[in-house]
Design a protein around this ligand. Sequence first.
Ligand code: NAD
Length: 325
Amino acid sequence: MKTALVCGGGGFIGAHLVTRLKREGFWVRAVDLKYPEFAPTAADDFIIADLRDRQEARDAIDRPFTEIYQLAADMGGAGFIFTGENDADIMHNSASINLNVLEACRRRNAKRIFYSSSACIYPEHNQLDPDTPVTRESSAYPANPDSEYGWEKLFSERLYLAYSRNHGIEARIARYHNIFGPEGTWTGGREKAPAALCRKVAQAQDGGVIDIWGDGKQTRSFLYIDECVEGTLRLMRSDFLGPVNIGSDEMVTLNDLAGMVIEIAGKRLTIEHVKGPLGVRGRNSDNVLIKDKLGWAPSEPLRRGLAKTYPWIAEQVKRHAAGSR
Ligand code: NAD
């Protein structure tokens, strides 16, 4: 029987990945500090463990697995990553997880491991113009990420490449670009822009106002969760090491994104621009390499993913409001 290990299987992407692997007939073990927040896990075996602890990582990786996915990280949206207040924790926690997981894999003679890096590794100076951001994979160096989260991801990419080179564990490295969808964090400060905007729109009264951080002209692209999982599996099972972007190349401004959500909700709302942590000015996924290496790239329109995500967040907002009454 094919077996898989998903580190971070209690998180947003990890939980969806577990579900997909189960559908494909895998026996799946997930490891995380916590169970998935919004739906029961599909994993056969769910271990609550802290992968910053070397022994706990070893215990979780106690046998050979057909596929190992490493998605555990201390992460969050702009409200968590860009304030500076969490930098030491982000770097220490995520680097410890990656060091421990790789070392445990080496001891078990693991053959291949997937690692989720991020678009946040790209140099800030290539993302100052919102209309023409550069995220070609080779543009990562000379390095200049705009957050410690990005620096840790870059360090860990190199760690996976070094273990590949020296210890024969084939790495498969993806740089995810803004993944969104149902069952993702939608409140509390770690949520990303699509979820935050869906929440604000769902909470607003018709005719009311929602706020956006900055002038709303900053650009991004957003990838729907199902395509993220599809790209992850395709990369894992390919003969390409990466790093490669897994993201959408449908670049929109934050104002466009808010407009789409408002339209899907069918409300009349005004946008107000307020101060807030922003991140880079522009970012989009460059999909030339993924098309070349995998013969595939994400293609679902943003609007379609938002139309599946908004109702789920609106439902959470409703339940939350009912619960706090
Ligand atoms: P998430 O926060 O929902 O999932 C990460 C999981 O890791 C969480 O469930 C968390 O509890 C777990 N974790 C944290 N510290 C741990 C520890 N010490 N031991 C065990 N588990 C621990 O995030 P996500 O959106 O599912 O992202 C998954 C991966 O993809 C992360 O590595 C993230 O950096 C990367 N990524 C995500 C995005 C995105 O848009 N979601 C973009 C780029 C990269």
